[in-house]
Design a protein around this ligand. Structure first.
Ligand SMILES: *[C@@H]1O[C@H](CO)[C@@H](O)[C@H](O)[C@H]1NC(C)=O
Ligand SMILES: *[C@@H]1O[C@H](CO)[C@@H](O)[C@H](O)[C@H]1NC(C)=O
Length: 423
């Protein structure tokens, strides 16, 4: 099965977007889940979408260890724009909330050693009703490059999600390339061409549209793409996303790889909705999936125990593994999902692995599951050097035939980092 994955990656990579970026899943911070579209800076001076918010987050990312851990992109989402383009047709930021302008903000972020990301929408308007990029793709690409943008998230509201939308993203990728600036391109059209539109089919009833995202186009145009609904601040929201990925896992695993990633949306760790155990579970699954690690949390007030999860170096190392293989659900034991991700180093033909044990249970106590690594298809007879990611840096050597056990808390997770031993 793994041979199949690796082969399909090679085939697809031949047509992948050739900008040399996102060779491991992008890591950063994005305002949307936590800060939404709050534009009232009088009532909410610390939370409104303004240059002050992004400067404050950039300060924290640089000073509090996030940048050192790999989180490098500070990304604005919707609601940064003024309601009109300027006299030359260029986008402009809201003048009250971004009085210094976007170029100055990008300079500030860059001076901290970070990279700067921005949001637009492929349609006539953004989801929140600000000017969209349709019919302005080229000038918008140029404007972003001039401002020093390093990452563009392109949404898909307010446009018919037909095949022209896919062609339009290839066109945008070309305009970004022509600027000569290295800009990560984060897309949402697979979501709008896939699951989301099924609920809003009536809106587009004048035209027959085949609602099926073309992932060849996604790989060719984009460094990452959303496949499913926005994440919200709850465990239910996380499990909805996980269930969708489980249902589509063969399709999704086959299209992910260096430079082109599935994006299950932001990490909500440190907000209001997830317990500590559930936060470890989100971190575990996102690490196994090789998902972009994009935080959306107030870094000024995050509690240290949640910060520690976001900065867990084993989880990050697993996520950032250079092979870039998206992990998959291997089996479920006693309602605990066992996720596997092949990682480097490969020793004599045997991968190393991350194994994530994630409990679907919401009852009782830490359930015990018993297994051998061979049960999961791990065949390195010289064994594995095991680190229990959320427990300590200590290592033990385990054989693939040893009888092992883990205890997994209800809606919690255990993440094992297993490095194949030399024979
Ligand atoms: C533009 O694309 C070409 C090849 O298609 C690639 O070699 C080059 O690095 C790209 N430039 C940027 C800035 O992405
Ligand atoms: C998907 O896009 C590719 C590349 O643009 C194209 O060759 C292929 O025919 C498309 N597939 C479908 C099912 O439309």
């Amino acid at each position: 099965m793994f041979l199949f994955f690796v082969l399909s990656l090679c085939t697809l990579s031949a047509h992948a977007l050739d900008n040399g970026l996102a060779l491991t899943p992008p890591m950063g911070w994005l305002h949307w889940e936590r800060f939404r579209c709050e534009t009232d800076c009088r009532q909410f001076p610390f939370d409104c979408i303004s240059e002050n918010l992004f400067k404050a987050m950039a300060d924290k990312m640089a000073s509090d260890g996030y940048l050192d851990a790999g989180y490098e992109y500070v990304i604005m989402d919707d609601c940064w724009l003024a309601m009109d383009r300027d006299s030359e047709g260029r986008l402009q930021a809201d003048p009250d909330r971004f009085p210094s302008g976007i170029k100055a903000l990008a300079d500030y972020v860059h001076a901290k050693g970070l990279k700067f990301g921005i949001y637009e929408d492929y349609g006539t308007k953004t989801c929140a009703g600000y000017p969209g990029s349709l019919d302005h793709l080229e000038i918008d690409a140029k404007t972003f490059a001039e401002w020093g943008v390093d990452y563009l998230k392109m949404d898909g509201c307010n446009v018919t999600p037909d095949e022209a939308m896919e062609a339009g993203h290839l066109e945008m990728a070309r305009y970004l390339n022509e600027t000569g600036r290295e800009i990560v391109f984060s897309c949402e059209f697979p979501l709008y061409r896939g699951d989301k539109v099924i609920n809003s089919i009536m809106k587009f009833d004048k035209k027959l549209i085949v609602f099926q995202a073309n992932y060849s186009v996604a790989i060719e145009a984009c460094n990452l793409w959303r496949n499913y609904n926005d994440i919200e601040d709850s465990w239910v929201s996380v499990t909805n996303i996980v269930n969708h990925y489980k249902k589509n896992q063969d399709k999704y695993v086959a299209v992910a790889g260096p430079g082109h990633w599935n994006d299950p949306d932001m990490l909500i760790i440190g907000n209001f909705g997830l317990s500590l155990d559930q936060s470890k579970a989100q971190m575990t699954i996102w690490a196994i999936w090789a998902a972009p690690l994009i935080m959306s949390v107030d870094l000024r007030t995050i509690k240290p125990e949640f910060k520690e999860i976001l900065l867990n170096k084993h989880a990050i190392k697993i996520n950032q593994d250079p092979l870039g293989i998206q992990g998959h659900l291997q089996t479920t034991i006693n309602d605990v999902d066992v996720w596997l991700k092949p990682i480097s180093p490969n020793v004599g033909g045997e991968f190393s692995y991350a194994v994530g044990f994630v409990s679907n249970r919401d009852d009782g106590y830490p359930y015990r599951i018993e297994f051998t690594l061979r049960d999961f298809g791990l065949n390195n007879t010289a064994g594995y050097v095991l680190t229990d990611a959320f427990v300590s840096d200590e290592t033990t050597v385990v054989k693939n035939t040893d009888k092992l056990e883990v205890f997994v808390n209800p809606s919690g997770a255990v993440l094992w980092h297993l490095v194949a031993n030399e024979a």
